[in-house]
Design a binder for this molecule. Structure first.
Ligand code: MG
Length: 347
């Protein structure tokens, strides 16, 4: 019997490139479940991510600038939306699966800590075994959301989320097999992430007065363009052209454009992510998260998920609790636990 969903799945085979992922060829979910009557699998995953609590918390998580005073700085949520937009542009032109890319892009940073890079570095030091936001993103969708049942996403979305991260030196394209998403759509999300953050972090650093236009490295700027819009356009066009020219075997960039992009990333690490002002924020994040880590260990029953404590121990439950916090939740809880309330005299 024909259904609406099956019609949409059939259309994917007619319209998308042979190399694109197809909803009806998914490797499936962690737990098998009946298909939706109208939405193919990847579209359903995209919707599950948009409706989950961790997605809403992204709006109060720092991207780079700590508790920004201005309304125009990126948050983790607006970063996520910019990644999604760039990834969808590339995906559409390459005739890949737009909703699969979108699901991966919208889910890729769900596991990010409060206080941006500073928060991630603090948790990495605090937690035995370290911390990686992409592992935490996967844990959120597999286990923590939906009252401990997880979102039960498809293998392709989970694979893309697990392999989006490049860190300080990882390659946005041409990663090793172990680090490269099997689906091209995941590879697109990976490159869209760096195209988005390198450009919006330059924009925010200029807005904050941390950088001046004249500080930007001339080689990459000459090649990619002077404005955010020019640079994103140049990078996206290069990804599309290079990937098409190689017959869609994997997502690619030209050597010169890739080098310029990596040059801007290295410049941002030196001047913004790891500079002295960022270090002062690091100390604040370290104090708050370190204090909360001790408090929840001293009294786990008051703060932590008992099921996770029983199954996986206090450190894992504390990691999930702290990593899931928004900046303002962490600051609020810290104030409640550590700052004495002023005595108010009545009458
Ligand atoms: Mg990201």
């Amino acid at each position: 019997m024909s259904t609406i969903r099956k019609d949409l799945e059939a259309r994917e085979h007619e319209w998308l490139a042979a190399q694109a992922a197809k909803s009806d060829a998914s490797r499936g979910r962690l737990r098998p479940e009946p298909e939706d009557p109208i939405r193919p699998a990847f579209q359903r995953d995209r919707d599950r991510i948009v409706h989950c609590k961790a997605f809403r918390r992204l709006k109060h998580k720092t991207q780079v600038f700590f508790s920004p005073a201005g309304d125009h700085y990126r948050t983790r949520l607006t970063h996520t939306l910019e990644v999604s937009q760039i990834a969808r542009t590339v995906t559409k032109v390459l005739r890949l699966h737009e909703e699969l890319t979108e699901a991966i892009a919208l889910g890729h940073d769900l596991g990010h800590t409060p206080f941006g890079h500073a928060g991630e570095r603090v948790l990495r030091q605090l937690i035995p075994g370290g911390f990686n936001h992409y592992e935490q993103s996967l844990r959120i969708v597999d286990r923590l959301e939906n009252d401990g049942r997880g979102l039960n996403l498809t293998w392709e979305v989970r694979d893309g989320i697990a392999k989006h991260s490049k860190g300080k030196r990882g390659a946005p394209v041409g990663a090793t097999d172990a680090n490269r998403s099997t689906a091209l759509e995941g590879q697109v999300a990976r490159v869209a992430d760096i195209i988005a953050y390198v450009n919006h972090d330059i924009d925010d650093a200029l807005r904050a007065g941390l950088l001046a236009e004249s500080d930007l490295p001339t080689g990459p700027i000459d090649l990619l363009g002077r404005t955010t819009s020019e640079r994103i356009g140049r990078l996206v066009t290069d990804v599309v052209e290079q990937t098409l020219a190689a017959g869609l075997d994997q997502v690619r960039m030209g050597d010169g454009v890739l080098e310029a992009l990596l040059g801007l990333r290295a410049f941002l690490f030196d001047t913004v992510y790891e500079n002295s002002d960022a270090t002062s924020e690091f100390h604040k994040a370290s104090g708050i998260l370190g204090g909360l880590w001790e408090k929840v260990h001293a009294k786990p029953e008051a703060f932590l998920d008992q099921q996770i404590v029983d199954d996986e121990g206090v450190d894992v439950a504390a990691r999930d609790f702290l990593a899931g916090m928004t900046d303002r939740y962490a600051v609020g809880l810290y104030e409640q636990l550590f700052i004495p309330k002023p005595w108010v005299e009545l009458g």
